[in-house]
Design a protein around this ligand. Structure first.
Ligand SMILES: C[S@@+](CC[C@H](N)C(=O)[O-])C[C@H]1O[C@@H](n2cnc3c(N)ncnc32)[C@H](O)[C@@H]1O
Length: 300
């Protein structure tokens, strides 16, 4: 029996469980090329025509595939991943659960800890109000979690930038009840062009934006943001790693047409130009799926 028929047989079983679906997905995606463009065209069209409609019974996967805002990984898709509330019954409900519980979605949810912990380290080292820039803020979930946990009396001042006005409006609505003071500013702007009158920041954070940039644009944006980093400041850039499990890559690449640049830690380091001017480190999250490039600008 071929891959497709075997998968269809498994998902059509009346007693399909979450674990059985994961195993069927593992069998299906095994030995496929990472990028769908390298897949045999006949197999790819079978996947698209026969399997994609089944996956799209999941409301979360359906949103991710249909890209109502015109691009993959929009703020609402990220919001659905962060809040992690699988919905629906039957096959759609199962696909929703399997996707939202995948290592990649767990890694997205881990961004809140990375954001809060890195910012807290900088707060401890600096006894003054910090100035923070969030590039490609999406639904501002990391920031909302920081506010929920922080007991810092000298709360930083935050500048949130996203090129999507709906992301900005959504974030304002989400954060209004959590942070009632005026230390939050929002800009609907392309981050490649963003500058607030030459303002500089002590902490610059971006996760889930550089993953969409080819190396030349990655470098260009990184240098631009490094110019906006204060001396003694820290930048944290999240990029999904090349260790993403194949079933997650399969769902994103083949089913959702959601293409990203997976980057290993050494690759991330090499994308920093003028590296000698900075203290550069990388960390991976506890899922080993999210990599972070950490750049500190020296004080002298
Ligand atoms: C995948 S989301 C991640 C957001 C957030 N870190 C999270 O995990 O929820 C990336 C965001 O970057 C924004 N974005 C992408 N390219 C951008 C650009 N050139 N300028 C500003 N925002 C951008 C998108 O609109 C999206 O909201």
């Amino acid at each position: 029996m071929d891959k497709i028929s075997r998968f269809l047989k498994a998902v059509n079983s009346k007693t399909l469980s979450k674990q059985a679906l994961i195993e069927a997905l593992e069998q299906l995606s095994k030995n496929l090329p990472l990028n769908s463009k390298d897949c045999d065209s006949e197999l790819l069209s079978e996947i698209v025509n026969k399997l994609r409609p089944l996956f799209l019974e999941s409301s979360c996967l359906n949103h991710a595939f249909s890209k109502p805002f015109g691009y993959a990984g929009d703020y609402y898709c990220m919001y659905l991943i962060h809040i992690n509330r699988p919905s629906g019954n039957g096959l759609g409900g199962l696909f929703d659960r399997v996707f939202l519980e995948s290592k990649t979605c767990q890694s997205v949810r881990e961004r809140s800890n990375i954001f809060s912990n890195s910012l807290r380290d900088l707060e401890i080292a600096n006894d003054r109000q910090l100035n923070v820039l969030i590039a490609g803020c999406g639904p501002c979930f990391e920031l909302a979690n920081y506010f929920k946990k922080s007991n810092n009396l000298k709360l930083p001042s935050f500048t949130c930038v996203d090129h999507d006005l709906s992301a900005i409006e959504f974030s304002k609505d989400q954060l209004i009840s959590i942070s009632s003071d005026n230390k939050l500013r929002y800009f609907c702007s392309n981050i490649f062009k963003f500058s607030n009158n030459g303002e500089k920041y002590d902490f610059i954070y971006s996760a889930g934006l550089f993953d969409y940039l080819r190396d030349s644009l990655f470098k260009k944006l990184l240098s631009r943001l490094l110019n906006q980093l204060n001396k003694g400041g820290m930048m944290v850039i999240g990029n999904l790693s090349n260790k993403i499990p194949m079933i997650d890559s399969f769902t994103m690449e083949y089913i959702l047409d959601w293409k990203i640049q997976r980057r290993g830690r050494e690759v991330l380091k090499k994308l920093v130009t003028n590296a000698d001017d900075y203290d550069i480190d990388t960390v991976e999250d506890c899922l080993e799926v999210g990599n972070y490039l950490i750049i500190r600008k020296m004080n002298n």
